[in-house]
Design a protein around this ligand. Structure first.
Ligand SMILES: [Zn+2]
Length: 160
């Protein structure tokens, strides 16, 4: 049974009972219509499947990283290029030509920062540094206070 919707199997042997991603829905419907009685064999199979269930994938391989090691700056949302420039309230990509509003770019960068460093507080200074200082601190402050909740006061303000 292949569950990856992007999977393709070429030259599969005909006698093997394979269920392809495109057949999954029909297969599940058929399975749900089955009215037979459950017995000990089913219970055993259920227990086996439950015992084999993995919450975390063993194939996750996140490389070690530190804040200082990472390149600062904003990246294009469609091609991940660092070659972006700010014009007014728009950010344009020098590689693929796509445009995005500055607010959306900054909020996307905040999401990155939170995902990579969940213990770091989101501050104007921190976000400005993370974004490579593409716009003024005042602009960053405006964007953060418009879209997030400010906690604290003055230089200790952070956003959630
Ligand atoms: Zn791009």
């Amino acid at each position: 049974m292949f569950i990856n919707p992007e999977f393709t199997l070429y030259q599969a042997p005909k006698h093997v009972p394979i269920i392809y991603p495109s057949q999954l829905n029909t297969f599940m419907k058929k399975l749900n219509l089955w009215t037979g009685k459950l017995n000990g064999k089913h219970k055993k199979l259920t227990d086996l499947l439950v015992s084999m269930h993995l919450v975390e994938s063993p194939y996750h391989r996140i490389p070690p990283y530190e804040y200082e090691w990472l390149r600062k700056g904003i990246i294009c949302s469609s091609c991940q290029s660092f070659l972006v420039s700010v014009t007014g309230r728009k950010v344009g990509c020098g590689d693929c030509g796509c445009e995005e509003s500055i607010d959306s770019v900054v909020l996307r960068s905040v999401k990155e920062l939170k995902l990579l460093f969940p213990d770091r507080k989101i501050t104007t200074k921190g976000v400005q540094e993370w974004c490579g200082g593409i716009v003024s601190k005042k602009k960053f402050k405006n964007i953060l206070s418009k879209n997030m909740q400010a906690i604290g006061y003055g230089q200790w303000t952070y956003y959630e």
